[in-house]
Write a protein that binds this ligand. Sequence first.
Ligand SMILES: [Zn+2]
Length: 232
Amino acid sequence: MLTVSHDSVVVELGLLVGRMACPDCGGRLRPWGWARPRVIREGLGTDWMVRALRPRRSRCASCQGTHVLLEVRLAARRADAAEVIAAAIEAKTVLGWGHRKIAAGCGRPASTVRGWLRAFAVSAASIGDRFTGLLVRDAPDAVVLWPKPAGFAGGEALSVLMAYAEGLARRFAAIVRVTWIQAGIATTNGRLFCSSLWAAGPNTNRPLRGALVGGKGGRSACHIPVIGVFTV
Ligand SMILES: [Zn+2]
């Protein structure tokens, strides 16, 4: 699975001209049919709607591995758009709301919202640790972005994610606006809310996978697919 731009034209063009890198070996990805259809719930409150989509599938010209291309608005293994889950996490972390109040605001079942919050809470320490390392590595002026201590793991993780997104935006001289959820989803290839990804615990020394740095040679994490127009 690989996170890509939400702009299907950019994705198709990237595949056709070989600008998209395999997350395993850095080889060029080519079009390879379509993944099975899925349904996503978007929007908040009473305005939410269902959107049907069929993600693109790609195949690496080098290692022959296949990868489903998931747009940056989608989180792996979640039926709701990433922005919706992000709103719930912000409400919990910043405003201190409980899951029932958040669920009412989102227009989602309380059990679903509780699942999002728990997944973020159990992985918060690892998320904070990982993105702190990325912030130090990728944001040369990190000192001015550095968040104040929040005093709890969820707050620390959200603060670091926000700082990392700001660092990416600064790196591109604010040509694009990168939200913390976009940065988190793109950097983890959609698995930001998958506790299995973080189960190994904090590890600041863990290297980025090939796709996150644009393949072999350790290019910048700013070449993450979310900013597809900047791939080189
Ligand atoms: Zn490959």
